[in-house]
Each structure stands twice: as structure tokens, then as C-alpha cells.
Design a protein. Structure first.
Ligand SMILES: [Zn+2]
Length: 345
């Protein structure tokens, strides 16, 4: 059930599940500000509000994804969210904050540990353990919360670098690393085929697989992902709405799409609300399983999970019943065990 809190705003009264959110884009600007000052980082702005407006996108301030990655995400956010102090604090704040502010009782947080180790100057295991400590603290303090960590491989990394991340995920699978993701912009040298064996090995060790694909028009390798690494879920996958054969295949394989509505709008992956509506309605008409997620809950204004629900309702993109169903699908397709801290003890 969804109830109206104020004009134009609705909030679900049931617990939510968040399956697709990135560490670097889920840190509140105030936490970034604190982490930066704790460690003496020089920031491009001296005033907090100027800093917040610089790193945050909104429906009124959209930036093409590649440009945001190049100008802000990689040079600034990745750097600020690096190191054991930042990673532990960020993980703890994101997971506990998700429960407090949005009644999220299941959160899967993803990151690429190799992008948070200051270019190899910090030992990778220390970065990973910092993330696990942050998660354990949140789970201890909020017993109704369940969580898991997904490691992102990077398309722009070498196979050898990504292989190290997969080995680390296998090593820490009993401590809360529940899955692997492929992220990053399309590159000429990247092919899912190259990872077929490695991913099969990860699956054998109990890891689940998702992959960013079909997010933007010029980088649609959903078919290749399905036929090689066969992921249980797909990050975005929205371009499938333009390929009927692909929609059928996704349904046949029961692959779940992790839809991130506001992210697609602010990064200009979709042109406008009309295109977003077309895509989501097409997925519903074809019985595609999908969940609603934030992707970048703090780097987009008003983008917390409840706000995403509210936005979809307000613009008549989804009904209350459809939102409730997508949330149920999220709990059912989660990679993380749902027994709180005891999942990993
Ligand atoms: Zn993402």
C-alpha cells in the first residue's frame, strides 16, 4: 500500500529492497565533505554548497554519462572514496542510512575494490575488509537489515586485473561478497566471451552474476552477455525494449533487469520521461521481471528509493501494484542471504 504524505509525494509502507547502488555514488555529499576533511584532501571547492552542487545531478542538471565519469566520478569521487577509512565509513553510512531513511531492509552495495585502493598503494585485502567491517557494523546496529557486497569488474581493466577481483570475491564469499558485476564504458577490447570460463568458476563457488549492459544506445551487448556469461540479473538492460526477440529471450531465461529510472534520465541514457515510460511499459507488457533501483542515490537529487517510487507514480509510469510487484521481485532475485548479520557468521 502506498499512502500520500503530501501533495505529489507518495511513500510505500512496506520494506524495500535495493539491488543496484554504487558505493561512490551513494555517499551523501556531507559525508564526502567530512571524509575529505578527515584526511586532508584538497577539494575543488572551498564551500560545501558549491561542492554539493558540483558533484550532484538532477532532472534540471543532466550530464552525459561519459562526461560525468571523466570530469567528476573518476577524478574526484573515486579518489575521495578510496582508502580503508573512507570505504568503511561510506559502507556503514550507506547501509545504515538506507534502512533509517527509506526502510530498505535489503541492500546490495557494489563497488570495484581496485578503484578504491589509491592506484594500488593500499593493499586490496585491506580495502575489502574495510567494506566488510562497514557492512557488519550496519548489520549489528540494525538487526532488521540484510546486506551483501557485489564486486564490479571494469570493462576498461585488463583481464588479469579483473581476474584478481574475481579471486578476491571467491576468497571473501562467506564474509558477504555475494556477486560480481561488469561495469564501465564500452571498449573495443572488451568482450564478455573472454570471461566465460572465469565467470563459470565464480558461479561454481556460489557467486551470482549481474552486468551493466543495454543501458545506452551505442553500447548494447545484452545478447553477448546472455550467451556467454549468462547473468542472473542485468544492470539496466533498457535497450532491450527496442528488440522484441531479446525481450523474449530475457523472459525465457528469467533474467531480472535492475532498472534505475532517474539515473537513466540524468545521464541522458534516455531522452525524456516519455521514452522512459515507453521502455518501462514495454517491459511490463512483455512480462519482463524487473526491479526499481537508485544506481546513484546521493549523486542525483531526490533520488532515494522512495523518491523513485514516487516519481514513477506521479508520472503514471507505473501503478502502485506494479511498484509493489517490482519490490517483491527484488527480494526474490537478491543475491544476498536475508538473515541479517547471521548470514555471514
Ligand atoms: Zn550502475
Amino acid at each position: 500500500m502506498l499512502k500520500s504524505l503530501m501533495e505529489g509525494s507518495f511513500t510505500p509502507t512496506y520494506p524495500l529492497a535495493e539491488l543496484h547502488t554504487h558505493l561512490g555514488a551513494a555517499i551523501h555529499p556531507g559525508i564526502y565533505w567530512k571524509i575529505a576533511h578527515d584526511q586532508g584532501f584538497k577539494l575543488p571547492q572551498k564551500d560545501y554548497h558549491e561542492f554539493r552542487d558540483f558533484i550532484r545531478l538532477s532532472l534540471e542538471h543532466t550530464v552525459p554519462m561519459e562526461k560525468y565519469f571523466k570530469d567528476i566520478y573518476h577524478p574526484l569521487l573515486d579518489r575521495l572514496s578510496s582508502g580503508t577509512h573512507a570505504v568503511e565509513e561510506a559502507t556503514y553510512e550507506i547501509m545504515s542510512g538506507a534502512y533509517r531513511s527509506n526502510n530498505i531492509t535489503l541492500i546490495e552495495l557494489r563497488n570495484n575494490p581496485m578503484k578504491h585502493n589509491h592506484n594500488g598503494t593500499i593493499d586490496l585485502d585491506h580495502v575489502i575488509m574495510a567494506m566488510i567491517r562497514g557492512m557488519e557494523r550496519a548489520l549489528l546496529e540494525y538487526p532488521r537489515l540484510s546486506a551483501g557486497i557485489i564486486f564490479c569488474l571494469a570493462r576498461e581493466f585488463s583481464f588479469e586485473q579483473n581476474e584478481i577481483i574475481v579471486e578476491k570475491a571467491i576468497k571473501y564469499r562467506r564474509r558477504g561478497v555475494v556477486g560480481l558485476d561488469f561495469a564501465g564504458p564500452a571498449t573495443k577490447s572488451f568482450h564478455f566471451e573472454t570471461y566465460k570460463k572465469l565467470i563459470a568458476k565464480a558461479k561454481k563457488h556460489g557467486l551470482k552474476i549481474t552486468a551493466h549492459t543495454g543501458e545506452v544506445k551505442n553500447a548494447n551487448d545484452v545478447w553477448e552477455a546472455l550467451e556467454t556469461i549468462s547473468p542472473q540479473r542485468i544492470g539496466h538492460g533498457i535497450m532491450a525494449a527496442y528488440d522484441r526477440k531479446l525481450l523474449k529471450e530475457i523472459v525465457k531465461r528469467e533474467v531480472v533487469l535492475e532498472i534505475c529510472p532517474l539515473s537513466n534520465l540524468v545521464t541522458q541514457a534516455v531522452e525524456n520521461i516519455e521514452e522512459l515510460t515507453f521502455i518501462i511499459r514495454t517491459l511490463i507488457e512483455h512480462n519482463v521481471l524487473f526491479t526499481i533501483n537508485t544506481d546513484w542515490p546521493e549523486m542525483i537529487e531526490r533520488a532515494h528509493l522512495k523518491r523513485q517510487f514516487s516519481f514513477l507514480l506521479k508520472h503514471k509510469i507505473m501503478t502502485e501494484a506494479e511498484l509493489k510487484r517490482s519490490n517483491k521481485i527484488a527480494f526474490e532475485s537478491a543475491f544476498a542471504p536475508q538473515k541479517g548479520l547471521s548470514s555471514y557468521l
